[in-house]
Design a protein. Structure first.
Length: 265
């Protein structure tokens, strides 16, 4: 099935914020996909994400593409529907607000599975192993955490990278930015000396932008999962089954090589 090329944008409204605190009711939608899997719109699997996060999800030629996009396309194909992508702030996903207000069926946003997030949303089985990393300019590198002393470290709000930096980089100043592009811009213009984020996106950035380098990885044992509203057992089963199927039949390896150059180890 082809992905819809249009992209919707969701604003943070008062009702969305309230739903994050108080939870939401059951969806009034009667739409279903193949196998009776409930969806919020007929013929569509609506995916929340947070742009831009290359190579997982980003805009290219007026279309959202990336590793996560291809994974969810496989789920949509299994369900006999098309994927539609909604760009929303990351915290509306992790708090469950986007699901409680029926903004999306699933969320694919390079999102680490954590106990705190599992209290608000359900996750698929893990589909990607990730660590944190430190990105710097090439002329001011850092090879370990000790080298970050007196650095200004940019971190994305609501992420495990921010949590790690706050807890472990006691001799650095940790500055919070709303998203990854703002963090990278801060590094580029000298407002920050380093960026902490998931290693996949930072290695991609260093490879496609001259003058930047990944100083070191931080083995945090993180795994990404596809998020969904708590209690949607039918959808979770469909997503989990798809992940297993594409790993078993080799499609996952092809998607991985497409975006990372090498097969997963």
């Amino acid at each position: 099935m082809k992905r819809r090329s249009t992209m919707a944008t969701v604003a943070i409204g008062a009702m969305l914020a309230l739903s994050a605190c108080g939870g939401g009711g059951e969806s009034e939608s009667a739409a279903t996909a193949e196998g009776g899997v409930p969806v919020i719109e007929d013929g569509t699997l609506t995916t929340c994400t947070h742009l831009s996060y290359q190579p997982f999800q980003f805009e290219k030629d007026d279309e959202v593409v990336g590793f996560d996009v291809d994974i969810v396309d496989a789920v949509a194909k299994k369900l006999g529907v098309e994927q539609k992508i909604v760009n929303t702030p990351f915290e509306t996903i992790t708090t469950g607000a986007a699901f409680n207000q029926d903004q999306c069926d699933v969320a694919a946003a390079a999102m680490t599975i954590t106990p705190e997030r599992q209290e608000a949303i359900d996750f698929s089985e893990p589909y990607f192993a990730a660590n944190q990393a430190i990105l710097t300019k090439g002329d001011k590198t850092a090879k370990d955490a000790d080298a970050l002393k007196d650095f200004k470290v940019a971190a994305q709000a609501g992420t495990t990278g921010l949590d790690y930096a706050t807890e472990n980089f006691k001799d650095a100043e940790v500055i919070t930015y709303e998203d990854l592009p703002l963090s990278l811009q801060a590094l580029k213009n000298g407002q920050a000396d380093a960026v902490i984020n998931d290693n996949g996106v930072l290695y991609d950035y260093a490879a496609t932008n001259d003058g930047f380098a990944v100083g070191f990885d931080i083995d945090t044992g993180e795994h990404y999962g596809i998020g969904m509203k708590k209690g949607n057992a039918e959808l979770k089963k469909a997503v989990d089954d798809t992940i297993k199927e594409i790993k078993d039949n080799g499609e996952y390896d092809k998607i991985y090589e497409k975006w990372f150059g090498d097969a997963p180890k």
